[in-house]
Design a protein around this ligand. Structure first.
Ligand code: 13P
Length: 264
């Protein structure tokens, strides 16, 4: 069975005190729920928090004894080390106890001009240093309006991620984030999400094999919130979510986590 994951991408938000408050509220909710879920033979999905770089060690320390809660970085550099002022290497992220890294988020593709070749190099660094890449793909609105969305997503995956062999790809997580849905309050309908997730899974099956396709977690991201999460997650090919705005509100984020528990 593939992993169910709810990930929170905090982006460039929260002061330290706010971040601490968010994490401690989340921790209380997880503690409270864990035992009662266990008594019903259920468990929480994997939770991955993506704070800004300065907070990573703090969040790692807080959840260090929590099985199923891990921490990641929102970005890494594409080189191992060197004279890259202001950048952070995958190795550094790994050594402070994080386990995941987001690569190819649309905000980095558009605002920082990150192209497919660069993203492929970043995924290489992630794997080399034992980090799980959470590789984002997704179309802008005109692509969808022109019925190019499948081709755009296929291109992003083939160029940025599918350089991996099947054993390497098994370590990656894919996040489908339609750009028109990110931070806009416009969510993909459950049907649109399922259609794209099934397409991505078939792409993996065709490029690699069905066994790997069945194993890989594909997350949905884009205005996913406490109200719509259950519908989105009810799709057979949606294995969880990469949550932006709603991950900054512990009650909402926890509702989203619970929505995935109920997927069964
Ligand atoms: P929102 O949930 O705020 O739309 O952001 C999604 C996202 O970009 C997660 O990486």
């Amino acid at each position: 069975m593939r992993k169910k994951i709810v990930a929170g991408n905090w982006k460039m938000n929260l002061g330290l005190e706010e971040a601490k408050a968010l994490v401690s509220e989340l921790k209380v909710k997880i503690d409270h729920q864990k035992d009662s879920l266990q008594s019903h033979g259920q468990k929480l999905p994997e939770v991955v928090l993506f704070p800004a770089f300065p907070y990573i060690t703090r969040v790692v320390d807080i959840f260090t004894t929590y099985e199923g809660v891990s921490v990641g970085a929102q970005n890494c550099h594409h080189e191992e080390e060197g004279a890259f002022t202001g950048e952070v290497a995958a190795r550094m992220i790994k050594t402070v106890g994080a386990s995941h890294v987001i690569i190819g988020h649309s905000e980095r593709r558009s605002q920082f001009r990150e192209d497919d070749q660069l993203l492929a190099a970043k995924t290489k660094q992630a794997l080399k240093n034992g980090l799980t890449p959470v590789f984002c793909c997704g179309e802008v609105l005109p692509d969808r309006e022109n019925n190019q969305h499948f081709q755009v997503v296929a291109d992003q995956l083939q160029k940025g991620l599918f350089w991996m062999d099947d054993q390497q790809l098994a370590h990656a997580v894919i996040a489908y984030e339609p750009v028109w849905a990110i931070g806009t309050g416009k969510t993909a309908s459950p049907g649109q999400a399922q259609e794209m997730h099934a397409y991505i899974r078939k792409l993996i099956a065709d490029s690699y094999n069905q066994e790997l396709a069945d194993k890989m977690s594909i997350l949905y991201g884009g205005s996913c919130n406490a109200k719509n999460a259950a519908d989105l997650f009810s799709n057979p090919d949606v294995d969880g979510g990469l949550i932006g705005g709603a991950s900054l509100k512990p009650a909402d984020f926890f509702e989203i986590i619970l929505a995935l528990v109920n997927k069964g």
